[in-house]
Design a protein around this ligand. Structure first.
Ligand code: NAD
Length: 428
């Protein structure tokens, strides 16, 4: 079987070559601390009862309470959730946030549920995992096909179970329900800071660069909007229904307006409304978008989009991973051989968890920051870590991914070692 988790773990082999880690640390990074599988009964609108399967995996909590989003998707599996929880562990350490990693998921196509069914499912999921989450234990957040509204329902359900307001149990909440300003755009904004830092290093300018984006949800849309405002030319965008292309460039805000007019989650098609009529562009297939000759290919949908079968066809100058795990380890090798740098997920999409951390801090302090402060702190944190990773990669002549992992793993290893290792106990 093709396991996402075993593929994710392959990255560690390369990392272990560049840092001397004790067996204890290596062993600990191979196994999730806790994996929970739950059945969630939901009363459907037609009166029937449907049971959904959900997961929550807490990978490692050595550096602090675990943190990670909740995904609603028909292809959710324990293997996928475990991999995502592993990447969250690395990512929180890469950003030096005082968190370990976790992830959750429910096997469901949310586009097929009514709003009330979605609310019952979301509340049911929280009831099922309430015993293992909490502001000091494990803090969920949004991921694919979950959003601020769903986080608001979940925080409310948790408050009802615990009979007290504990907004720090979940992040990505609506601003009026103790959410943080700037959280919604944080993942896209952080990714843009990373890209900007990278092109500055390469002495390139936004105005000269074309971008194709796979995925036009929370992360992909905000990245597209902010990149467009910064002067980049967005030439192609894809969502799960298809892709569009315009050599002159697309306006992400207009595309989103078009989507909003067709509001239900299920209608994501671009080409059935006014925006398509207004702009000159061609329709593309999802794979054609991936193989466009652009300066930057942005992956902001799901994992395993570039693998050994299509990696050789990629013509982009560089890849920005906003999705988690969109490039497999086999594809990494092919891209490296072809000289295509990959700005890795554990850095490029870390803006979301960074502002989630700010939200948790604000919830616990009961003191809320203005949006400018959130955005400025995000820029400072992510730019600092990106610069360190770029220098490390250059210094050791390793890929950006290996450098990012090295930075994260060294911090996790420090924490694990200071709790005591074999060497410590044997006094060697
Ligand atoms: P979302 O549900 O808001 O959007 C997902 C988008 O991907 C949608 O536009 C959907 O149509 C598109 N999509 C799905 N399958 C596709 C396919 N085969 N081809 C092209 N497009 C496809 O989800 P999101 O929150 O934007 O998350 C996207 C990715 O970013 C995920 O990998 C997620 O784990 C990662 N991420 C998100 C955040 C966050 O804060 N939202 C943070 C870090 C990482």
């Amino acid at each position: 079987m093709n396991s996402i988790f075993s593929d994710a773990q392959k990255r560690l082999v390369e990392v272990f070559r560049h840092t001397a880690l004790t067996d204890d640390v290596q062993e600990k990074l191979k196994h999730p601390k806790l994996s929970m599988c739950v059945s969630i009964p939901v009363r459907m609108d037609d009166g029937s009862l449907k049971i959904f399967t959900g997961y929550r995996v807490q990978f490692d909590d050595t550096r602090g309470p675990t943190k990670g989003g909740i995904r609603y998707h028909p292809n959710v599996s324990l293997d996928e959730v475990t991999s995502l929880s592993f990447w969250m562990t690395i990512k929180c350490a890469v950003m030096n946030l005082p968190f370990g990693g976790a992830k959750g998921g429910v096997i469901v196509n949310p586009k097929k549920l009514s709003r009330l069914e979605l609310e019952r499912l979301s509340r049911g999921y929280i009831r099922a995992i309430a015993d293992i989450i909490g502001p000091k234990r494990d803090i969920p957040a949004p991921d694919v096909y979950t959003n601020a509204t769903i986080m608001g329902w979940m925080a409310d359900e948790y408050a009802q179970i615990k009979r007290q307001q504990l907004p720090g149990v979940i992040t990505g909440k609506p601003v009026h329900l103790n959410g943080s300003f700037g959280r919604e755009s944080a993942t896209g904004r952080g990714a843009l800071h990373v890209l900007q830092e990278w092109i500055d290093l390469k002495k390139c300018h936004a105005e000269d660069l074309s971008i194709a984006i796979q995925g036009f949800g929370n992360a992909g849309y905000y990245f597209a909007k902010l990149a467009h405002e910064a002067g980049f030319r967005i030439v192609a965008v894809a969502d799960s229904q298809g892709a569009i292309y315009s050599r002159e460039g697309l306006d992400p805000t207009k595309l989103m307006q078009h989507k909003q007019e067709h509001k239900e989650l299920g209608t994501m098609l671009y080409c059935d409304g006014s925006v398509c009529d207004l702009q000159h562009y061609h329709k593309l297939s999802g794979s054609e978008l991936l193989e466009l000759d652009v300066d930057v290919l942005v992956l902001a949908a799901l994992e395993n989009q570039i693998d050994k079968h299509n990696a050789d066809n990629i013509k982009a100058g560089q890849i920005l991973e906003i999705a988690n795990g969109p490039v497999t380890s086999a594809a990494d090798e092919i891209l490296a051989k072809n000289g295509i740098p990959v700005l890795p997920d554990v850095l490029a999409n870390a803006g979301g968890v960074t502002v989630s951390y700010f939200e948790w801090v604000q919830n616990r302090a009961g003191y809320y920051w203005p949006e400018e402060k959130v955005n400025a702190r995000l820029k400072k944190c992510i730019t600092r870590e990106a610069t360190a990773i770029f220098s490390l990669a250059d210094e050791k002549k390793i890929s950006l991914r290996t450098a990012a992992y090295l930075q994260g793993v060294n911090r996790i290893a420090g924490a694990i070692s200071q709790q005591g290792t074999r060497e410590y106990f044997l006094n060697t």
